[in-house]
Design a protein around this ligand. Structure first.
Ligand SMILES: [Zn+2]
Length: 330
Protein backbone atom coordinates (compact mmCIF):
# COMPACT_ATOMS: atom_id res chain seq x y z
CA UNK A 1 0.00 0.00 0.00
CA UNK A 2 1.31 3.40 -0.97
CA UNK A 3 1.80 6.47 1.19
CA UNK A 4 -0.09 9.55 0.00
CA UNK A 5 3.23 11.14 -0.90
CA UNK A 6 3.98 8.19 -3.19
CA UNK A 7 0.86 8.69 -5.32
CA UNK A 8 1.90 9.44 -8.90
CA UNK A 9 0.22 12.58 -10.27
CA UNK A 10 -2.97 14.14 -8.82
CA UNK A 11 -0.89 16.72 -6.93
CA UNK A 12 -3.82 19.05 -6.19
CA UNK A 13 -6.14 16.31 -4.94
CA UNK A 14 -3.50 14.78 -2.72
CA UNK A 15 -2.63 18.20 -1.30
CA UNK A 16 -6.24 18.69 -0.18
CA UNK A 17 -6.11 15.33 1.63
CA UNK A 18 -2.76 16.07 3.31
CA UNK A 19 -4.15 19.36 4.59
CA UNK A 20 -7.33 17.75 5.91
CA UNK A 21 -5.42 15.13 7.91
CA UNK A 22 -2.70 17.49 9.13
CA UNK A 23 -5.16 20.21 10.14
CA UNK A 24 -7.65 17.78 11.66
CA UNK A 25 -10.36 19.24 9.42
CA UNK A 26 -11.66 16.07 7.90
CA UNK A 27 -15.05 16.00 6.18
CA UNK A 28 -17.66 13.37 7.10
CA UNK A 29 -17.87 12.14 3.55
CA UNK A 30 -15.71 12.31 0.44
CA UNK A 31 -16.43 11.41 -3.14
CA UNK A 32 -13.38 10.36 -5.15
CA UNK A 33 -14.55 10.81 -8.72
CA UNK A 34 -12.76 10.27 -12.02
CA UNK A 35 -12.22 7.84 -14.86
CA UNK A 36 -11.40 4.16 -14.42
CA UNK A 37 -7.82 3.27 -13.61
CA UNK A 38 -6.42 6.73 -12.80
CA UNK A 39 -5.62 6.01 -9.15
CA UNK A 40 -8.77 6.93 -7.20
CA UNK A 41 -8.86 3.70 -5.23
CA UNK A 42 -5.15 3.64 -4.55
CA UNK A 43 -5.42 7.20 -3.23
CA UNK A 44 -8.56 6.37 -1.22
CA UNK A 45 -6.77 3.49 0.52
CA UNK A 46 -3.75 5.66 1.27
CA UNK A 47 -6.05 8.38 2.61
CA UNK A 48 -7.91 5.88 4.79
CA UNK A 49 -4.62 4.72 6.24
CA UNK A 50 -3.50 8.31 6.91
CA UNK A 51 -6.81 8.89 8.72
CA UNK A 52 -6.30 5.87 10.98
CA UNK A 53 -2.51 6.10 11.51
CA UNK A 54 -1.53 6.59 15.15
CA UNK A 55 1.41 8.87 14.34
CA UNK A 56 0.81 10.65 11.03
CA UNK A 57 3.46 13.10 9.87
CA UNK A 58 2.56 16.09 7.73
CA UNK A 59 -0.85 14.60 7.01
CA UNK A 60 0.49 11.28 5.73
CA UNK A 61 0.48 7.83 7.31
CA UNK A 62 3.69 6.64 8.93
CA UNK A 63 3.30 3.26 7.23
CA UNK A 64 4.78 1.28 10.12
CA UNK A 65 2.57 1.65 13.22
CA UNK A 66 0.13 -1.07 14.23
CA UNK A 67 -2.81 0.84 12.71
CA UNK A 68 -1.02 1.29 9.39
CA UNK A 69 -0.08 -2.38 9.25
CA UNK A 70 -3.63 -3.41 10.06
CA UNK A 71 -5.11 -1.22 7.31
CA UNK A 72 -2.58 -2.63 4.82
CA UNK A 73 -3.38 -6.14 5.96
CA UNK A 74 -7.12 -5.57 5.68
CA UNK A 75 -7.78 -6.27 9.36
CA UNK A 76 -8.15 -2.90 11.06
CA UNK A 77 -11.33 -3.09 13.15
CA UNK A 78 -12.26 0.53 12.37
CA UNK A 79 -11.76 0.23 8.62
CA UNK A 80 -14.42 -1.27 6.37
CA UNK A 81 -14.18 -1.77 2.65
CA UNK A 82 -17.56 -2.11 0.95
CA UNK A 83 -17.79 -3.21 -2.68
CA UNK A 84 -20.44 -4.62 -5.01
CA UNK A 85 -21.46 -8.14 -4.19
CA UNK A 86 -22.21 -9.46 -7.65
CA UNK A 87 -23.29 -6.53 -9.77
CA UNK A 88 -24.55 -4.18 -7.06
CA UNK A 89 -24.10 -2.91 -3.52
CA UNK A 90 -27.14 -4.24 -1.71
CA UNK A 91 -29.28 -2.80 1.04
CA UNK A 92 -28.00 -5.45 3.51
CA UNK A 93 -24.47 -4.17 3.01
CA UNK A 94 -25.53 -0.61 3.78
CA UNK A 95 -27.53 -1.78 6.83
CA UNK A 96 -24.34 -3.40 8.11
CA UNK A 97 -22.60 -0.02 7.77
CA UNK A 98 -25.43 1.63 9.65
CA UNK A 99 -25.26 -0.96 12.39
CA UNK A 100 -21.56 -0.31 12.95
CA UNK A 101 -21.34 3.42 12.36
CA UNK A 102 -22.82 4.67 15.68
CA UNK A 103 -20.26 2.82 17.84
CA UNK A 104 -17.10 4.47 19.06
CA UNK A 105 -13.91 3.52 17.23
CA UNK A 106 -12.28 0.42 18.72
CA UNK A 107 -8.70 1.59 18.46
CA UNK A 108 -8.05 5.07 17.29
CA UNK A 109 -9.85 8.30 16.77
CA UNK A 110 -11.93 7.38 13.74
CA UNK A 111 -13.86 4.83 11.76
CA UNK A 112 -13.47 4.79 7.99
CA UNK A 113 -15.86 3.25 5.48
CA UNK A 114 -14.54 3.05 1.94
CA UNK A 115 -17.22 2.31 -0.67
CA UNK A 116 -15.84 1.18 -4.03
CA UNK A 117 -17.94 1.61 -7.17
CA UNK A 118 -20.43 3.61 -5.14
CA UNK A 119 -22.63 4.09 -8.22
CA UNK A 120 -23.41 0.37 -8.02
CA UNK A 121 -25.63 0.89 -4.95
CA UNK A 122 -29.18 -0.22 -5.58
CA UNK A 123 -31.84 2.51 -5.22
CA UNK A 124 -32.76 1.11 -1.81
CA UNK A 125 -29.13 1.01 -0.69
CA UNK A 126 -28.54 4.56 -1.92
CA UNK A 127 -31.55 5.91 -0.03
CA UNK A 128 -30.39 4.07 3.05
CA UNK A 129 -26.83 5.47 2.99
CA UNK A 130 -28.26 8.92 2.37
CA UNK A 131 -29.88 8.84 5.83
CA UNK A 132 -26.50 8.12 7.39
CA UNK A 133 -24.81 10.88 5.40
CA UNK A 134 -27.51 13.33 6.48
CA UNK A 135 -26.83 12.65 10.14
CA UNK A 136 -23.23 11.51 10.12
CA UNK A 137 -22.08 9.70 13.24
CA UNK A 138 -19.17 11.33 15.10
CA UNK A 139 -15.62 10.31 14.21
CA UNK A 140 -16.73 8.54 11.05
CA UNK A 141 -15.42 9.19 7.56
CA UNK A 142 -17.06 7.84 4.42
CA UNK A 143 -15.04 7.66 1.23
CA UNK A 144 -17.16 6.95 -1.84
CA UNK A 145 -15.21 6.06 -4.97
CA UNK A 146 -16.88 6.26 -8.36
CA UNK A 147 -15.98 6.40 -12.04
CA UNK A 148 -19.59 7.33 -12.84
CA UNK A 149 -20.69 9.81 -10.17
CA UNK A 150 -23.47 11.02 -12.50
CA UNK A 151 -25.30 7.82 -11.57
CA UNK A 152 -25.32 8.72 -7.85
CA UNK A 153 -28.27 10.49 -6.23
CA UNK A 154 -27.74 14.26 -6.31
CA UNK A 155 -28.64 14.30 -2.62
CA UNK A 156 -25.71 11.98 -1.93
CA UNK A 157 -23.36 14.08 -4.06
CA UNK A 158 -24.30 17.21 -2.15
CA UNK A 159 -23.32 15.54 1.16
CA UNK A 160 -19.82 14.67 -0.01
CA UNK A 161 -16.70 16.73 -0.50
CA UNK A 162 -15.73 15.89 -4.07
CA UNK A 163 -12.11 15.14 -4.90
CA UNK A 164 -11.63 14.94 -8.66
CA UNK A 165 -9.16 12.69 -10.41
CA UNK A 166 -8.40 13.51 -14.01
CA UNK A 167 -6.77 11.24 -16.50
CA UNK A 168 -3.04 11.75 -16.13
CA UNK A 169 -0.93 13.62 -18.65
CA UNK A 170 1.09 11.34 -20.91
CA UNK A 171 4.31 12.91 -19.61
CA UNK A 172 3.39 11.98 -16.01
CA UNK A 173 2.64 8.41 -17.04
CA UNK A 174 5.87 8.09 -19.03
CA UNK A 175 7.84 9.41 -16.08
CA UNK A 176 6.03 7.01 -13.75
CA UNK A 177 6.66 3.99 -15.98
CA UNK A 178 10.32 4.77 -16.46
CA UNK A 179 10.86 5.23 -12.72
CA UNK A 180 8.64 2.43 -11.45
CA UNK A 181 9.26 -0.19 -14.12
CA UNK A 182 12.69 0.82 -15.39
CA UNK A 183 11.61 0.48 -19.02
CA UNK A 184 12.88 2.57 -21.92
CA UNK A 185 11.37 5.94 -22.73
CA UNK A 186 10.23 4.72 -26.12
CA UNK A 187 8.37 1.74 -24.69
CA UNK A 188 6.87 3.96 -21.99
CA UNK A 189 5.61 6.37 -24.69
CA UNK A 190 3.76 3.55 -26.44
CA UNK A 191 2.06 2.38 -23.24
CA UNK A 192 1.23 5.93 -22.15
CA UNK A 193 -0.33 6.62 -25.51
CA UNK A 194 -2.43 3.45 -25.39
CA UNK A 195 -3.47 3.98 -21.77
CA UNK A 196 -5.55 7.12 -22.36
CA UNK A 197 -4.66 8.84 -19.09
CA UNK A 198 -4.88 5.74 -16.93
CA UNK A 199 -1.76 4.87 -14.93
CA UNK A 200 -3.31 1.51 -13.99
CA UNK A 201 -3.80 0.58 -17.60
CA UNK A 202 -0.32 1.80 -18.57
CA UNK A 203 1.13 -0.46 -15.86
CA UNK A 204 -0.86 -3.41 -17.21
CA UNK A 205 0.51 -2.72 -20.67
CA UNK A 206 4.01 -2.50 -19.21
CA UNK A 207 3.64 -5.83 -17.46
CA UNK A 208 2.77 -7.34 -20.83
CA UNK A 209 -0.70 -8.50 -19.91
CA UNK A 210 -2.63 -6.11 -22.13
CA UNK A 211 -0.57 -5.90 -25.32
CA UNK A 212 -1.83 -9.20 -26.71
CA UNK A 213 -5.42 -8.26 -25.76
CA UNK A 214 -4.94 -5.03 -27.65
CA UNK A 215 -3.62 -6.87 -30.71
CA UNK A 216 -6.61 -9.17 -30.59
CA UNK A 217 -9.04 -6.25 -30.37
CA UNK A 218 -7.27 -4.38 -33.17
CA UNK A 219 -7.43 -7.46 -35.38
CA UNK A 220 -11.21 -7.45 -34.92
CA UNK A 221 -11.51 -4.29 -37.01
CA UNK A 222 -10.03 -5.88 -40.12
CA UNK A 223 -11.77 -9.21 -39.51
CA UNK A 224 -15.16 -7.55 -39.15
CA UNK A 225 -14.69 -5.55 -42.33
CA UNK A 226 -14.30 -8.76 -44.28
CA UNK A 227 -16.79 -11.05 -42.56
CA UNK A 228 -20.48 -11.82 -42.84
CA UNK A 229 -23.22 -11.40 -40.22
CA UNK A 230 -22.89 -14.84 -38.65
CA UNK A 231 -19.21 -14.41 -37.92
CA UNK A 232 -19.87 -10.90 -36.63
CA UNK A 233 -22.36 -12.27 -34.11
CA UNK A 234 -19.83 -14.90 -33.03
CA UNK A 235 -17.15 -12.27 -32.52
CA UNK A 236 -19.59 -10.18 -30.48
CA UNK A 237 -20.34 -13.14 -28.28
CA UNK A 238 -16.66 -13.71 -27.60
CA UNK A 239 -15.91 -10.04 -26.95
CA UNK A 240 -18.80 -9.76 -24.51
CA UNK A 241 -17.65 -12.53 -22.15
CA UNK A 242 -17.43 -9.88 -19.45
CA UNK A 243 -18.31 -6.23 -19.24
CA UNK A 244 -14.71 -5.07 -18.56
CA UNK A 245 -13.52 -7.04 -21.56
CA UNK A 246 -16.24 -5.53 -23.76
CA UNK A 247 -15.34 -2.02 -22.63
CA UNK A 248 -11.65 -2.67 -23.20
CA UNK A 249 -12.40 -3.93 -26.71
CA UNK A 250 -14.47 -0.82 -27.46
CA UNK A 251 -11.77 1.54 -26.15
CA UNK A 252 -9.13 -0.28 -28.15
CA UNK A 253 -11.23 -0.24 -31.32
CA UNK A 254 -11.94 3.49 -30.89
CA UNK A 255 -8.17 4.15 -30.68
CA UNK A 256 -7.59 1.96 -33.72
CA UNK A 257 -10.14 3.73 -35.94
CA UNK A 258 -8.94 7.06 -34.68
CA UNK A 259 -5.43 6.03 -35.80
CA UNK A 260 -6.80 5.11 -39.24
CA UNK A 261 -8.33 8.55 -39.48
CA UNK A 262 -5.16 10.33 -38.36
CA UNK A 263 -3.22 8.30 -40.91
CA UNK A 264 -5.65 9.29 -43.72
CA UNK A 265 -5.93 12.95 -42.78
CA UNK A 266 -2.61 13.91 -41.25
CA UNK A 267 -0.32 11.18 -42.55
CA UNK A 268 1.71 11.78 -39.40
CA UNK A 269 2.80 8.63 -37.58
CA UNK A 270 3.90 10.75 -34.60
CA UNK A 271 0.30 11.33 -33.51
CA UNK A 272 -0.78 7.69 -33.51
CA UNK A 273 -1.85 5.78 -30.37
CA UNK A 274 -0.56 2.49 -31.74
CA UNK A 275 2.91 3.82 -32.49
CA UNK A 276 4.22 0.28 -32.97
CA UNK A 277 1.71 -0.61 -35.71
CA UNK A 278 2.35 2.04 -38.33
CA UNK A 279 2.48 -0.36 -41.27
CA UNK A 280 -0.81 -2.15 -40.57
CA UNK A 281 -2.48 1.21 -39.89
CA UNK A 282 -1.36 2.57 -43.27
CA UNK A 283 -2.62 -0.54 -45.02
CA UNK A 284 -5.96 -0.63 -43.24
CA UNK A 285 -6.58 3.13 -43.55
CA UNK A 286 -6.92 2.77 -47.31
CA UNK A 287 -10.00 0.59 -46.86
CA UNK A 288 -12.24 3.37 -45.52
CA UNK A 289 -13.08 6.97 -46.25
CA UNK A 290 -12.89 9.50 -43.44
CA UNK A 291 -16.65 10.00 -43.13
CA UNK A 292 -17.13 6.28 -42.61
CA UNK A 293 -14.40 6.16 -39.94
CA UNK A 294 -16.03 9.05 -38.07
CA UNK A 295 -19.36 7.25 -38.20
CA UNK A 296 -17.74 4.12 -36.78
CA UNK A 297 -16.05 6.01 -33.95
CA UNK A 298 -19.36 7.63 -33.03
CA UNK A 299 -21.10 4.30 -33.03
CA UNK A 300 -18.40 2.77 -30.82
CA UNK A 301 -18.81 5.64 -28.34
CA UNK A 302 -22.58 5.29 -28.24
CA UNK A 303 -22.25 1.51 -27.73
CA UNK A 304 -19.88 2.19 -24.84
CA UNK A 305 -22.37 4.55 -23.19
CA UNK A 306 -25.17 2.01 -23.55
CA UNK A 307 -23.10 -0.69 -21.86
CA UNK A 308 -22.06 1.67 -19.08
CA UNK A 309 -25.67 2.28 -18.15
CA UNK A 310 -26.24 -1.47 -18.09
CA UNK A 311 -27.67 -2.26 -21.50
CA UNK A 312 -27.20 -5.92 -22.43
CA UNK A 313 -23.51 -6.11 -23.34
CA UNK A 314 -23.82 -8.87 -25.90
CA UNK A 315 -26.75 -7.30 -27.74
CA UNK A 316 -25.04 -3.91 -27.84
CA UNK A 317 -21.85 -5.42 -29.27
CA UNK A 318 -23.82 -7.50 -31.75
CA UNK A 319 -25.54 -4.43 -33.14
CA UNK A 320 -22.22 -2.62 -33.47
CA UNK A 321 -20.33 -5.53 -34.98
CA UNK A 322 -23.10 -6.19 -37.51
CA UNK A 323 -22.80 -2.56 -38.66
CA UNK A 324 -19.03 -2.94 -38.96
CA UNK A 325 -19.17 -6.21 -40.84
CA UNK A 326 -19.22 -7.02 -44.49
CA UNK A 327 -17.43 -4.78 -46.95
CA UNK A 328 -17.98 -1.38 -45.42
CA UNK A 329 -15.35 0.27 -47.57
CA UNK A 330 -16.31 3.89 -48.21
ZN1 LIG B 1 0.96 4.77 11.06
Amino acid sequence: MKLLQEIVGHKQSVKILFKAVAGGRVAHAYLFAGPEGVGKETTALSFARALLCSSPTGGDACGVCRECRQVSGGNHPDFSLVEPSGSSIKIEQVREIQRRAPYRPYQGGRKVFLIRQAEAMTAEAANCILKTLEEPPADTVFILVSARPQLLLPTILSRCQAIYFKGMAASEIIHGLVTLKGISGEEARLYASLAGGSMGRALSYASGSLLSDRDEANALAGALRQCGPLEAVEMAEKASESKPRALFTLDTLACWYRDLMVCREAGDAGCLYNTDRVDSIKKEAGQYDTARILEIIEEIESTRRKIEVNANTRLALETLFLHLSGGSAG
